[in-house]
Design a protein around this ligand. Structure first.
Ligand code: FAD
Length: 421
C-alpha cells in the first residue's frame, strides 16, 4: 500500500521465467500487477515459442530453486520440481584406441544435483500461479514500444496474432499505460533497457561470441514396457571438442534435448554440404550417429532447426530513480555454458524484493514514503547486483573452455586460461 492506501501499479514487461516470477513476488505483496508479453500465451499450442524451436531444456540449480521457493506460493516449487530430472554429474563421451568410452564426473562430493527443466514447462507453472492471483492481469501479444520513466508512462503495440502473424487489431493498435514501477524482464534484446537508457546514464556492452548453437533431439528407446532413456538420465552428457561441443540434457518424455555449439566457420562448412554431417559427427562426436540419432534424422534436424547466435551483455545501473528496473537477461544476458542465465535472473527477483522489503516499500505504517523507499532500494540493488551479475557473465564465458576441452584435458584448460585471462 502507498501512504494514500492504494496498491501501487507494477507493470512487468516480459512473461518469461524471470518476469513471471517478479510478477508473483509483487502480487504476493499486494501490488496491483499488470504483465505485458510480446508473444502469445505459451500455454496455447498455437504460440510460436522463444527461439522458434519446440523448447530448450535448462539446468535449474540452487539459485533458481531458492528464488522460486521464496515466492511463497504453496505447491509451486513442488509442481515445478516434479517435472525436472536430477543430473548428478557430467558424462563425458569420446573414443580412445578405436573404442567408445563414457566417463562420469560427479558435480558434488555430497551427491547433490542440478535439475534438467523444460523452460516452457517451468514458465507455464509460473503463469498458472499468476492466473490464480486476483490482483494480476496478464496481457499477451503486447509489445513494449516506448517508456517515459519520468512521467511513468509506457506504450505498447497490441498484436492480434502471436509473433509470426501479420495483422494488428482493428482496435487502436497502440495503448498508453501509467505505472508506479516498471520491471523490464524482456530478455536480451530488451526494449525496456533501450528506453531506460534514455533516462539513466547506463554503461552498456554487448558481445556476440564466435559460436552458434543448433538444437537436436534424441528419441527414447521404445521397449515392450514403454519408452526408456537411451543413455543415463542422471547426467548432463558432453561430447567435448577443442572448437566445438555437443551436449544432451534429459527430458521428462525420456528423450534428450541436445545442443551443438561451434564457431560460425564450422556451421558455414556444414551448411555448404550437409552430406558431410554424418562424417563430421563420427569424427568429432563419436557414438551420437547413428547410435543415438539416425543419420537421416541428424541431417533433417540440422537443416530445419535454426542456427542461433549467443550474446553476452553487461550494463549498469539497472534502474532509474524509483520508476523502473531491468532484471534477468535484459540486464545481464550471458552465454549458456555455466547454466546460470535463468538461475541468475530468478535470483535477481529474490534480491530485488528482499531490498524493497528491507527499505520499507511494503511497510504497513503510513510513515514511509513508498517512492523514496523504492528509489533507495533500487540504488542498493544496482550496487549489490552489478558485481555479482558481471562475475557470473565472466564465469559463463570461461566455462565454455572448461566444457569443451578442460573436462578432458586440465592442462589445455590451464594453458588456455593463462593465455586469455
Ligand atoms: P527471456 O526468457 O528471454 O524472456 C523474455 C520475455 O520477454 C519473452 O517472453 C519475450 O517474448 C518477451 N519480450 C521481449 N521483448 C518484448 C517487448 N518489447 N514487449 C513485451 N515483451 C517482450 N539458463 C540457465 O539458468 N540454465 C541453463 O542451463 C541455460 N541453458 C541455456 C541454453 C541455451 C542454448 C540458451 C540460449 C540459454 C540458456 N540459458 C540457461 C539462459 C536462459 O534461457 C535465459 O537466461 C532465460 O531464459 C532468461 O529469462 P528472462 O525471463 O530474463 O528472458
Amino acid at each position: 500500500m502507498t501512504q494514500f492506501g492504494k496498491a501501487p501499479k507494477i507493470v512487468v514487461i516480459g512473461a518469461g521465467p524471470v518476469g513471471a516470477l517478479a510478477a508473483l513476488y509483487a502480487a504476493r505483496r499486494g501490488d496491483q500487477v499488470e504483465v505485458y508479453e510480446l508473444r502469445g500465451d505459451p500455454r496455447d499450442a498455437k504460440t510460436i515459442p522463444l527461439n522458434f524451436t519446440k523448447s530448450i531444456n535448462l539446468a535449474l540449480s540452487e539459485r533458481g530453486i531458492n528464488s522460486i521457493k521464496h515466492a511463497g506460493v504453496e505447491g509451486l516449487l513442488s509442481d515445478i520440481m516434479a517435472d525436472t530430472i536430477p543430473m548428478y554429474g557430467r558424462m563425458i563421451h569420446g573414443k580412445k584406441n578405436g573404442q567408445l568410452f563414457s566417463k562420469s564426473q560427479a558435480y558434488d562430493v555430497h551427491g547433490r544435483s542440478i535439475y534438467a527443466a523444460d523452460r516452457s514447462g517451468l514458465n507455464k507453472h509460473l503463469l498458472d500461479a499468476l492466473d490464480a492471483m486476483p490482483n494480476v492481469a496478464l496481457y499477451f501479444n503486447h509489445k513494449l514500444t516506448g517508456a517515459d520513466f519520468r512521467r511513468k508512462r509506457a506504450w505498447l503495440e497490441r498484436r492480434e496474432l502471436p509473433l509470426g502473424g501479420s495483422s494488428v487489431t482493428d482496435r487502436d493498435p497502440e495503448i498508453e499505460i501509467a505505472f508506479d514501477f516498471l520491471i523490464g524482464a524482456d530478455g536480451a534484446y530488451s526494449a525496456a533497457r533501450f528506453h531506460l537508457m534514455k533516462f539513466a546514464r547506463v554503461d552498456f556492452s554487448q558481445e556476440y561470441i564466435d559460436t552458434l548453437w543448433c538444437e537436436f533431439h534424441i528419441e527414447p528407446k521404445r521397449t515392450d514396457s514403454g519408452a526408456q532413456f537411451i543413455i543415463s538420465p542422471g547426467h548432463l552428457h558432453i561430447w567435448p571438442g577443442t572448437e566445438h561441443m555437443f551436449i544432451a540434457i534429459p527430458s521428462s518424455e525420456k528423450s534428450f534435448v541436445c545442443t551443438l555449439f561451434g564457431p560460425h566457420a564450422m556451421f558455414d562448412r556444414l551448411d555448404q554440404d550437409s552430406s558431410t554431417l554424418a562424417a563430421f559427427f563420427a569424427e568429432n562426436f563419436p557414438g551420437i550417429s547413428p547410435e543415438l540419432i539416425p543419420e537421416a534424422e541428424l541431417v533433417k534436424q540440422y537443416t530445419s532447426n535454426p542456427h542461433l547466435p549467443l550474446i553476452s551483455i553487461t550494463c549498469t545501473p539497472y534502474h532509474y530513480k524509483d520508476a523502473g528496473v531491468i532484471i534477468g537477461d535484459a540486464a545481464h544476458a550471458m552465454v549458456p555454458f555455466y547454466g546460470q542465465g535463468m538461475n541468475a535472473g530468478l535470483e535477481d527477483v529474490r534480491v530485488l524484493f528482499d531490498l524493497l522489503d528491507k527499505h520499507g516499500v511494503y511497510s504497513t505504517t503510513n510513515m514511509v514514503d513508498t517512492n523514496s523507499a523504492r528509489a533507495s532500494a533500487l540504488d542498493n540493488y544496482t550496487k549489490l547486483r552489478t558485481p555479482d551479475a558481471t562475475a557470473i557473465n565472466g564465469l559463463a564465458l570461461r566455462n565454455y573452455y572448461e566444457m569443451r576441452s578442460g573436462v578432458v584435458s586440465p592442462i589445455y584448460l590451464f594453458r588456455k586460461h593463462a593465455e586469455e585471462f
